[in-house]
Write a protein that binds this ligand. Structure first.
Ligand SMILES: C[S@@+](CC[C@H](N)C(=O)[O-])C[C@H]1O[C@@H](n2cnc3c(N)ncnc32)[C@H](O)[C@@H]1O
Length: 405
C-alpha cells in the first residue's frame, strides 16, 4: 500500500544515518551480535530494560497503589514486621501477601530485613523509596488520586480520538472547562467556575494542599521573598503555599485570590493556623472579576498548565493588572515541559493527565516566557530549582508605567 503522505527525501548528498540506525535496530542479526559483544552488551541490556519498564509501568504503579491503600508504608514506618503480622494487618491470603511483598521489594518500596525458612517469619521493612513515601502525606495523597487517572487512561486511543469525552478528572477538577462547552456541561459559559459549590471544590483543594509542600519547599529555597512588601497568590487554593511563605517571612503582607468556594476554605484554614489577621482572602474568578491591587509580588503556582493559551494570557494579564501602574514582580511555579532530565514528566505524564482533565498543557519555559511578555511584562528569566521534576520556576518583572513615575 502506498503511503498517504510521502516521507520527505533526504538530500542525495547527505547520509541518512537515522534510517541506517532504524534498519540496524530492526535486524535480529544485529541484536544477536550486539548481545554477544562485550562493550555492546550494556546497550542491549539498557534498551531491553527501558522497553520492558514501559510495558510493565502500569503493574509497578498498581503495586505502589496497593501498598498505600493497605497502609503498609504507614505501618512499617514504625519498624519492620514479619509477614504473619502483615497478613493480619492487610487481611490478604498468604499467597497474595507474598506476591505483593516480593513485588514491592523488587521495586525498592520494601526491603527484606531477615532471612527465614518460614515465609511467615521473614521480616520486612521500608525500602529506599518506601521510606520516602511513608514520610510524605503529599505523595500518599497523589498516589491515591491516581486511581482516577488510571481509570481515565484505560483506553488511551479512545481518549485521544475523543478528548471531549466525560472523564473522572474532568469532574474532579470542576473549574477546568469553565467557558468551554463539554459533553457534560453543554454551553458552559464563562463564569461558571465562580459559582462552583463548596462540595465541588473540596476534594481537589485538599489534594492541592496536601501536595503543596513538594512545590513550596522548592520555590522558597530558590526565590528571595524577603525583598517584597506584599505577596498576592493568584489561584492560591486553600492557602498551603502562603502558609509556608508566611512562616519564613513574618513581615510580608499576604493576599490570596481563588474561586469563592475555595477562598472560603482558605479563610477557615488561615484562621485555624492563627494567620487569619495576616492574610486577606478574596473570592472571584480571574476571568470575570477584578483582582486585588496593592501587591508588589504576584505568584501563580500550578495554575497555568490547567488552561489553554488564550486563558493563560487572560490570567497573566490579570496578574499584570494586580501590580498596577507601580509595576512589580511575578513568579510562575509549575512543572514544565522540556525539563532536562525529566522530559517524560512534562510531555508524557502531564500531556496525558491534562488531556484527560480538559484543555490545559504543560509548557516549556520558553513558551511560558512568550506568554508572560505578551501579557505586558517586560522581562522574564528562568530560576533554577533544586528538583525541577517537582516544579520549574520563572521570575518576571513589570516595570512601572509612565503615569506612576
Ligand atoms: C491546580 S490548583 C493549584 C492551587 C495552588 N496554587 C497550589 O499549587 O496548591 C489551581 C487553582 O486555581 C483555581 N482556579 C481555577 N480557575 C479559577 C478562576 N477562574 N479564578 C480563580 N481561581 C481559579 C482553582 O480553584 C485551584 O485552587
Amino acid at each position: 500500500m502506498e503511503d498517504a503522505v510521502p516521507a520527505p527525501a533526504a538530500p542525495a548528498d547527505r547520509f541518512d544515518w537515522r534510517r541506517w540506525r532504524d534498519r540496524l535496530l530492526a535486524s535480529p542479526r544485529f541484536h544477536r551480535w550486539a548481545a554477544a559483544t562485550p562493550g555492546m552488551r550494556w546497550m542491549v541490556r539498557r534498551q531491553s530494560r527501558r522497553l520492558f519498564d514501559l510495558v510493565a509501568g502500569f503493574t509497578y504503579s498498581q503495586i505502589l497503589l496497593s501498598c498505600v491503600k493497605l497502609g503498609l508504608f504507614e505501618h512499617l514506618a514504625q519498624g519492620p514486621r514479619d509477614a504473619s503480622a502483615l497478613q493480619d494487618l492487610t487481611g490478604l491470603s498468604e499467597r497474595s501477601l507474598d506476591i505483593l511483598l516480593r513485588g514491592a521489594v523488587s521495586l525498592d518500596l520494601l526491603e527484606w530485613r531477615s532471612a527465614s525458612e518460614d515465609a511467615g517469619k521473614r521480616l520486612v521493612g521500608l525500602g529506599m523509596l518506601g521510606a520516602v513515601v511513608a514520610a510524605s502525606p503529599a505523595i500518599t495523597a497523589l498516589v491515591e488520586h491516581h486511581q482516577a487517572v488510571y481509570d481515565d487512561l484505560k483506553d488511551p486511543v479512545e481518549l485521544l480520538r475523543h478528548p471531549e469525552q466525560s472523564t473522572q478528572l474532568r469532574r474532579y477538577w470542576a473549574y477546568a472547562e469553565d467557558g468551554y462547552p463539554t459533553s457534560e456541561s453543554k454551553g458552559t459559559g464563562s463564569g461558571a467556575a465562580r459559582g462552583l459549590a463548596a462540595e465541588r471544590v473540596a476534594d481537589y483543594s485538599e489534594l492541592m494542599a496536601a501536595s503543596q509542600p513538594l512545590v513550596a519547599e522548592q520555590v522558597i529555597a530558590a526565590f528571595d521573598f524577603g525583598r517584597y512588601r506584599c505577596l498576592l497568590d493568584l489561584g492560591g487554593g486553600q492557602g498551603a503555599f502562603l502558609s509556608q511563605v508566611a512562616a519564613r517571612h513574618p513581615s510580608l503582607s499576604l493576599m490570596l485570590f481563588d474561586l469563592p468556594a475555595v477562598a472560603e476554605r482558605a479563610k477557615v484554614r488561615f484562621a485555624a493556623e492563627g494567620l487569619g489577621a495576616r492574610v486577606v482572602c478574596h473570592g472571584g474568578s480571574f476571568f470575570d472579576d477584578p483582582v486585588p491591587q496593592g501587591a508588589d509580588l504576584v505568584s501563580l503556582v500550578r495554575v497555568l498548565y490547567d488552561h489553554p493559551d488564550e486563558r493563560v494570557l487572560a490570567i497573566l494579564r490579570a496578574a499584570r493588572q494586580a501590580l498596577g501602574d507601580r509595576g512589580g514582580d511575578l513568579i510562575l511555579a509549575e512543572p514544565m515541559s522540556g525539563t532536562p532530565g525529566a522530559e517524560a514528566m512534562g510531555d508524557a505524564y502531564f500531556g496525558f493527565y491534562l488531556l484527560a482533565m480538559g484543555k490545559g498543557r504543560a509548557r516549556t519555559a520558553e513558551e511560558l516566557s512568550l506568554l508572560v511578555l505578551a501579557a505586558g511584562f517586560d522581562r522574564v528569566r528562568p530560576v533554577k530549582t533544586r528538583v525541577p521534576l517537582q516544579t520549574g520556576l520563572l521570575h518576571a518583572i513589570a516595570a512601572p508605567r509612565e503615569s506612576s513615575r
